[in-house]
Design a binder for this molecule. Structure first.
Ligand code: NAI
Ligand code: 15L
Length: 269
């Protein structure tokens, strides 16, 4: 593992039982003295340098206790796919509000928010967009992440809490299909990106696309140069294998037209 600056004493990781939370659990220990892990699901026993706090994001009291004593937050918790609005509302919208209110009350100054490429899922795969393009959510899930980004901006403008809204592409061990050749973010690059967000001297309210150094890309991170993220991995090494096991896309299918892929037609409505 690369050397990482321990920028914060107690760092909170929400969603710690999930796919990315599990990938970050070891990696983030280098960023802090104490890593507080939280989820509504079980986290197992706390290891050396860890604390665990069970909390449901929709409960203001539980979130308050989860945040108390922390110096920075990496917010990965919440529903991570399209779902009925009532569920998204509690986990992602009320949950984000509870988190920022607790951050304000407890003096947390910096947050890394797991936003998503589905904030802009209705741009075409033939377009290149940057952070200043208007949101075009592709479902209730993407809409909730757009809310989270705006909420973060409000708490920055009113209270000075800095946030990196990281619009994660597809963060898995390997790209699963041809679309993910453009959207893939390796776990190590995700950690590099979070480390950059935690350690850059001035973060402000920033929007960063979370992607590795992929040859095919739809996103321009030039407005986030101040974050200092340099990706070291690339999906290019998987291209041949992905092409061999997948067929050419049907170019009349919205999933092949829009950046959000299958999310643009997923869900309850
Ligand atoms: P995941 O679904 O594996 O993990 C999410 C975690 O949040 C789960 O452990 C779940 O128990 C927890 N959670 C859900 N509702 C909760 C609630 N009400 N209270 C407390 N905890 C709750 O998702 P994954 O892949 O680990 O993603 C992490 C974050 O990154 C999510 O916010 C997701 O939206 C975002 N993201 C992930 C991408 C990816 O490619 N993995 C792409 C774009 C965004
Ligand atoms: C997301 O936002 C999801 O959390 C993740 O499961 C992936 O599906 C990813 O986007 C994607 O667009 O590939």
């Amino acid at each position: 593992m690369e050397n990482t600056l321990k920028t914060h004493h107690r760092l909170l990781l929400t969603g710690a039982a999930g796919g990315l939370g599990t990938a970050l659990r070891e990696r983030l220990k280098g960023n802090c003295e104490v890593l507080r892990l939280s989820d509504k699901a079980g986290l197992g026993a706390a290891q050396s340098g860890e604390e665990t706090v069970r909390a449901d994001l929709s409960s203001a009291d539980e979130v308050d206790a989860m945040v108390a004593g922390c110096n920075a937050i990496v917010h990965m918790g919440g529903i991570s796919v399209e779902a009925p609005f009532a569920s998204i509302l509690q986990a992602n919208i009320v949950g984000a509000y509870n988190l920022y209110e607790a951050a304000r009350k407890h003096g947390v100054r910096r947050v890394v928010f797991a936003s998503s490429n589905h904030v802009t899922g209705f741009y075409k795969q033939s377009e290149t967009i940057h952070a200043d393009h208007p949101a075009r959510p592709d479902g209730f899930y993407g809409l909730s992440k757009a809310f989270g980004e705006d909420l973060a901006r409000l708490y920055f403008d009113r209270h000075g809490i800095e946030t990196a809204c990281v619009r994660i592409g597809s963060s898995f061990p390997e790209p699963k299909d041809r679309r993910m050749l453009a959207t893939w973010l390796s776990f190590d690059d995700l950690h590099r990106l979070i480390t950059a967000c935690l350690s850059t001297p001035v973060l402000g309210h920033s929007i960063v696309f979370g992607m590795s150094n992929n040859a095919v890309t739809w996103w321009d991170n030039s407005r986030a140069r101040h974050v200092g993220f340099v990706a070291k991995d690339t999906s290019d090494v998987f291209r041949e294998a992905v092409f061999a096991r997948t067929s050419a896309p049907d170019l009349s299918d919205p999933a092949a037209i829009y950046q959000g892929g299958g999310f643009v037609k997923a869900g309850p409505f």
